[in-house]
Design a protein around this ligand. Sequence first.
Ligand code: SF4
Ligand code: SF4
Length: 486
Amino acid sequence: MNLGRAGMECGEKIGSYLGRIVINSIDKPCRKDGATLENFLRRRYMNPELELCTGCELSYKFLATPTLALAERMLKVDRDWISSMLKGRYGESWLKGIASIARGVKEFGIREPFTPASPLLVVWNLTYKCNLRCKHCYEDAGKERVEMGESEAREALEKLIDANVSAIAFSGGEPLVRKDFFELAKRAKKAGLYVSVASNGTLIDEKMARKLREVADYVEISIDGLSEKHDTFRGIPGAFERALNGVKHCLNEGIDVCIATTAWRGNLEDILKVAQMANDLGARFIHFNYIPVGRGRKELDISPKEREDLLEELARRNLENYVKLGRGDLILSTAPQFGRKTKEVAQLQGIDYLVSTHYGGINLPIEKLRSIESTANFIGGCGAGRLYLAMEPNGDLLPCTFFPREVKLGNILEDDLLEVWKKDQILEELRDRKKLWYFRKENRKVGCGACEDKLICGGCRARALAYFGNYLAPDPGCVRNAELIS
Ligand code: SF4
Ligand code: SF4
């Protein structure tokens, strides 16, 4: 180990130690006021008039205020911006998330990228049942398998709420075929979680859209190409028309709608057309990275160069939207390389901008963007087992919904979610970018482990596992790793 690296590691350890002491001092339950950390966040960002008992008032003034101001400076985020998010429509969910990030320092130390004290998001594949037969289905939906019953599902949801999860995404199979979907979504919403639904859209008529508006903050509908191409891929004639109607019904209800398109060998030429269609309809667009798991075969994958070109065009459109409309979240991608690509495209135009997670854009005014890369490094690309977990219809927990069922971490009904989150060794490995592999090629190092952008990206760990049999291997979908698979 050279002295520079040893010095950095020592600095990280001291920073983490001090961080733990500080967070501990502002995160103590108060018998009069309740959870102090949440109260301090409310007071600084939501309600300066919030009354606190004398002890909490002193802690707020002398401990919480300087700590939060320092965190804002370190992360280069604006206090007014945090205020506007916490006072906005999804304030409760943001509050849970920020508290979890702070408690993550106590639990895991100061890390780049960070790990919160509990998953910020759980993608819940609610059912294996589906009314379509998509070629690429990661869940291999349609096959009969044991699922949680209604009371078990209710119990599972209460466990997620108790663990302070801030967002839940109902997926499947097709989540809307499950009878108790609305009951579960309503409970999640009432508990202050951000609720999203990933659907094939074909079951969403006007009545269903009206009901969705009451429980869902965001509805994502999959459309994989224009007309026949979508029907062929999804395996049912008429699926395109029905999905499109689903999009329109949700938009008519004022729901935040996003059209999701998985890019594979057979639909590449349609991707940008679908993105344009989404834009014309007033919906957002997200490109889904093809991952050969479940029914998805490797032969259907696109090449690293095709992926790079697609991401470049999406990044260009994302930046254009950001500069013109102040919206960095209208066009996104689940490929973690999207952060790197938006950075490269923006740098060519002299703008310090990047999408700080591949699935969430920035809407901060351009004059307030300050060294956005440090925030992006902190947020950190691939979130498998670090920012989020997936939950199967039978309650099994996985690091990411695209991980095979063999990488089971536990089961929500049998295990303590937070114990799994804190102690599981697979999760620990996934969170540490220093563990990513690289290979030596002549005098060069090739692979995510040696990449200068491994903090903002990290490569798709599910793709690494699918191709190399190890989740720490290089992501073979990236142009920087292309020579490893040629
Ligand atoms: S080499 Fe890996 S970490 Fe670097 S940009 Fe490509 S996928 Fe991301
Ligand atoms: S492994 Fe990471 S990048 Fe890949 S799909 Fe899962 S969260 Fe996204």
